[in-house]
Design a protein around this ligand. Structure first.
Ligand code: ADP
Ligand code: ADP
Length: 228
């Protein structure tokens, strides 16, 4: 059974009397532990697809199932709880809090979930180690390299032990070697922990490291191909 599936999912935006169909009847199943890339030109619907799968937004047609469970639009509380507990987000440009140390940036989602201080400390240290930053928890973002900051952002996304991680252009602005390490890290986490990654990217360097690429063209999922 897939972790997440979309059946005929559509999404439109209305802007100044015009309706823009951002996604047209998308069928998609994300397996547990897979790393799937979403590619396609600007405006093709990548962010919209990420927002639907991340439960940040809901389809206005079709159906979404998370872990086999239908999540109809009216189940707002269930959607919010799942998003907080089961989904991690990695944004382009890291979105780290500059005045907080790496440790505290990673700790924050656990604090919001009400996890005890002792367990938070143990899980933050483990997440730092997982992303190869053991010992650097006391550094603030401006004391870290671009690749290290992206590792902090990934640690923050995985510290909740999410089932699904949504990443938007996670290798933008990173040099080739750092980008390849970041994808390698995501792949290791996907395969080791069974976390599913859905990654929007323009970066051709990422595709060979992903299990599968999904191609969007003007809101239509044109097909999926195995990157290796
Ligand atoms: P991508 O991430 O591939 O660039 P998006 O999902 O952001 O594509 O956008 C798909 C289409 O939906 C585009 O035509 C875009 O202009 C439109 N769109 C996206 N978000 C909104 C919004 N909040 N309001 C109106 N139109 C939007
Ligand atoms: P590639 O697939 O590009 O050969 P690897 O998967 O070997 O790369 O690792 C890429 C990066 O991810 C390296 O910096 C490595 O330290 C890190 N890494 C690999 N496996 C793990 C893991 N299980 N947990 C945390 N980091 C890992």
């Amino acid at each position: 059974e897939p972790l997440l599936s979309l059946h005929g999912a559509s999404k439109s935006y209305t802007l100044g009397g015009n309706t823009i169909r951002a996604l047209h009847s998308v069928d998609l199943a994300l397996a547990r532990g897979e790393i799937a890339a979403v590619t396609g030109p600007s405006g093709s619907g990548k962010s919209t697809l990420l927002n639907l799968c991340g439960l940040l937004d809901k389809p206005d047609g079709g159906e979404l199932l998370f872990d086999g469970e239908p999540l109809p639009a009216e189940h707002e509380a269930r959607r919010t709880r799942l998003r907080r507990q089961a989904i991690g987000f990695v944004f382009q440009g890291f979105n780290l809090v500059p005045v907080m140390t790496a440790h505290d940036n990673i700790d924050y989602p656990l604090y919001l979930l009400g996890v005890s201080a002792a367990e938070r400390r143990q899980r933050v240290l483990q997440a730092l180690e997982r992303v190869g930053l053991a010992g650097l928890g006391g550094h603030k973002p401006d004391q870290l390299s671009g690749g290290q900051r992206q590792r902090v952002a990934i640690a923050r996304a995985i510290v909740k032990r999410p089932r699904l991680v949504i990443a938007d252009e996670p290798t933008a602005n990173l040099d080739a070697q750092t980008a390849s390490q970041i994808v390698g890290l995501m792949r290791a986490l996907a395969h080791h922990d069974g976390t599913t990654f859905l990654v929007a990217t323009h970066d051709d360097r990422m595709l060979p490291h992903c299990d599968r690429a999904l191609l969007l063209d003007d809101g239509v999922l044109k097909g999926t191909f195995h990157a290796h």
